[in-house]
Ligand binder design. Structure first.
Ligand code: GLU
Length: 320
């Protein structure tokens, strides 16, 4: 009898475990390198989502990835559910232009935008470079394939009538490797389209004498004038060692995107987790400090909003 009871109890336990597992749904958010801000965006969203798993059964993970282009491709392939991507690459993926020519992802959906990302160029002081054009003929880390900065770098180069070949070296190190490469004199400059302040640029500017270079001029003005997903941007003086004055450049927005194939209730739950706990979210990284809900549901978004996000924004009275 005793044995039978134990068997019954084990069976009951097994049934409970199976039904919980059957209900649990896993979602994956594509981020960027571990030293960037996208990683913190994904980790922060998942942290807020996972606090409510007992109620909604969603379990969220946010692994490190190659960045914007890699995330959009993974969502398009159905390998990831959501991801962070620069506003320029959201636009091009949805419209099938630039890097996404012939690979249009018309099911791409916007969820919200996050922090601004200035196109940030850090050069060793001993390189003698004072602006972006001075880098031609020098060793530059143009970024890993799949990253937003690499793709945006290509746009900047072609706007200037140049290419990678105009550098003496165009290396493809990941964000997590490039600050050390700058410090070790393997390259003269690194680029990163990233929110500020961040640990990666801090590392780059504190391990060696380095300066943040302005990215300005007619070609940049034209890019900003002609494209809604670019804007003028400033990296505040005093934020990093060696750069005491504001630096002019241009930039994009980090945006959070998904696919029309991801169910409405999943996107709704994720969006609700973020905006019901917005103060907590903003406290998770200094680059989020100035975020405002009204901007986040429109600025930098070119793909249509996902219906699950719209539902939450409507409930809050933020859209009609
Ligand atoms: N903007 C970069 C990219 O698209 C990532 C920046 C970050 O990780 O914070 O690859």
């Amino acid at each position: 009898m005793k044995k039978l009871n134990a068997l019954v109890a084990t069976a009951a336990l097994a049934v409970t475990a199976t039904s919980v597992a059957a209900q649990e749904r896993f979602i994956t958010i594509g981020t960027g390198g571990q030293t960037g801000v996208y990683f913190v965006v994904g980790q922060s969203i998942c942290r807020l989502v996972n606090r409510g798993t007992a109620e909604h059964n969603l379990k969220c993970t946010a692994p490190s990835t190659g960045g914007s282009i890699a995330n959009i491709n993974a969502i398009s392939a159905g390998d990831m559910d959501m991801g962070v991507a620069q506003s320029d690459w959201q636009f091009h993926a949805f419209n099938g232009t630039s890097e996404f020519e012939g690979k249009q992802f018309d099911k791409l959906r916007a969820v919200f935008s996050v922090h601004g990302e200035p196109f940030t160029v850090v050069a060793r002081k001993d390189s003698g470079a004072a602006n972006f054009e001075d880098l031609f003929g020098k060793r530059v880390n143009v970024g890993n394939p799949g990253s937003g900065q690499r793709a945006t770098m290509d746009v900047v180069l072609s706007a200037l009538g140049k290419s990678d070949a105009d550098f003496s070296l165009a290396s493809e190190l990941k964000p997590a490797e490039q600050s050390a490469a700058l410090g070790d004199n393997k390259v003269d400059a690194i680029i990163y389209t990233v929110g500020h302040p961040n640990g990666s640029i801090q590392e780059a500017t504190s391990t060696v004498d380095a300066v943040i270079l302005p990215v300005t001029g007619e070609a940049i003005d034209k890019l900003v004038d002609e494209n809604p997903y670019y804007a003028k941007a400033v990296i505040p003086g005093g934020m990093y060692k060696g750069t005491d004055n504001d630096v002019d450049t241009f930039g994009v927005k980090a945006t959070f995107v998904t696919s029309a194939d991801v169910p409405d209730d999943v996107v709704y739950t994720v969006v609700k987790a973020v905006f019901d706990n917005f103060d907590r979210f903003k406290g998770l990284h200094p680059a989020f400090a100035d975020l405002a809900e009204a901007d986040m549901i429109s600025a930098g978004l070119s793909a249509p909003l996902h219906p699950g996000a719209e539902q939450y924004y409507r409930e809050r009275g933020w859209i009609q």
